[in-house]
Design a protein around this ligand. Structure first.
Ligand SMILES: [Zn+2]
Length: 326
């Protein structure tokens, strides 16, 4: 599933090709992709130029200008049903890739069926391919954006000013949920999913089943740094192409090549050589090194019965940790 680094990669690539282009029409081939009709989407988006691209958590935001004069009064065609005088100001398109969504930019027709296509003038198109069909598209007025994300109770952006070690400590306090569940909860911090949660916990040397509230101040500091380092490494490697992620140019990311624990069950830990283990936490496959991420401190409810013995703590040599590939 695309997480913050993958969506950020998509944003950066689209930034090189979309701004300035005139959106002629949004063609919806699968109506389940949006709660809005094709006519409603076009009323907000057709006949406008792309002015910018932003990201909020795992959401991609495409900023559109006011209706362009050269687009004419019926841009998108009368069939698009663009009501006169509706949404005359700028607008915002919001895309969530969810499990398998891919935005592919190309001049001609797509190779695979697209759930929606943005047709630009002159000829260019942005295809939304999505095998599992969980991805979604919204079109809104800029003044409705705050309410849109408030309704989704989004936590702070990891790279934003609000996500400080102090914030993380306060957010962890008193929570009985396992650390893994805490990290993937978008209300606590936005943008982290399965891959980067497992990798950040490994980097922080914290067991995924630790109760979030049991994390001490120094551990919270370590976790804060690990979250930022892991996400930055993901961005630097242009995302992880484990399942289906490709960027808008059809290229794959390379973060999967330097994963420490995610989907490496049974393989030796890159630091200590102990086989990586897998547990299911909150319905998610979770990968960790039992030696580098010892079971110490308070464990989340029900987790202790899974394994009888508590793995003796052994601190990995600092040199090993410094040598970790970023
Ligand atoms: Zn290890």
């Amino acid at each position: 599933m695309p997480e913050l680094p993958e969506v950020e990669t998509v944003r950066r690539r689209l930034l090189a090709c979309l701004p300035g282009l005139l959106l002629r029409e949004v063609v919806v081939n699968d109506w389940t992709v949006s709660a809005q009709t094709g006519a409603e989407l076009n009323a907000y988006l057709a006949g406008r130029r792309v002015t910018g691209l932003r990201r909020r958590g795992k959401y991609l935001l495409v900023d559109m200008g006011r209706p362009a004069e050269e687009a004419g009064p019926a841009s998108g065609g009368p069939a698009a049903g663009r009501p006169a005088a509706a949404h005359d100001g700028p607008s915002v398109a919001v895309v969530h890739l969810r499990m398998t969504g891919q935005l592919v930019f190309r001049p001609g027709p797509g190779e695979r069926p697209a759930r929606f296509v943005w047709e630009f003038a002159p000829a260019a198109a942005l295809h939304f391919q999505d095998v599992r069909r969980f991805g979604r598209l919204w079109a809104l007025a800029p003044e409705d954006e705050t309410a849109f994300f408030e309704a989704r109770a989004m936590g702070p952006e990891p790279f934003g000013a609000e996500f400080t070690p102090g914030y993380l400590r306060r957010a962890l306090e008193g929570r009985r949920a396992p650390l893994k569940s805490f990290l993937v909860d978008q209300r606590r911090v936005a943008g982290i999913g399965n891959i980067y949660a497992d990798e950040a916990l490994f980097r922080a040397r914290l067991h995924p089943l630790r109760a979030a509230g049991s994390v001490g101040p120094r551990e919270a500091l370590r976790l804060h740094a690990a979250v930022l380092e892991t996400l930055q490494a993901g961005i630097d490697h242009e995302g992880s192409s484990i399942e289906s992620f490709i960027d808008p140019a059809g290229r794959r990311g390379s973060f999967q090549e330097i994963l420490n624990v995610y989907q490496r069950t049974g393989q030796p830990c890159r630091v200590c050589g102990t086989p990586v283990e897998r547990v299911v936490v909150g319905g998610r496959g979770t990968h960790y090194c039992p030696r580098c991420q010892p079971r110490r401190g308070g464990m989340a409810a029900g987790s202790r019965s899974r394994r009888g013995a508590v793995t003796p703590p052994r601190t990995a040599r600092p040199a090993d940790w410094e040598a970790l590939d970023r």
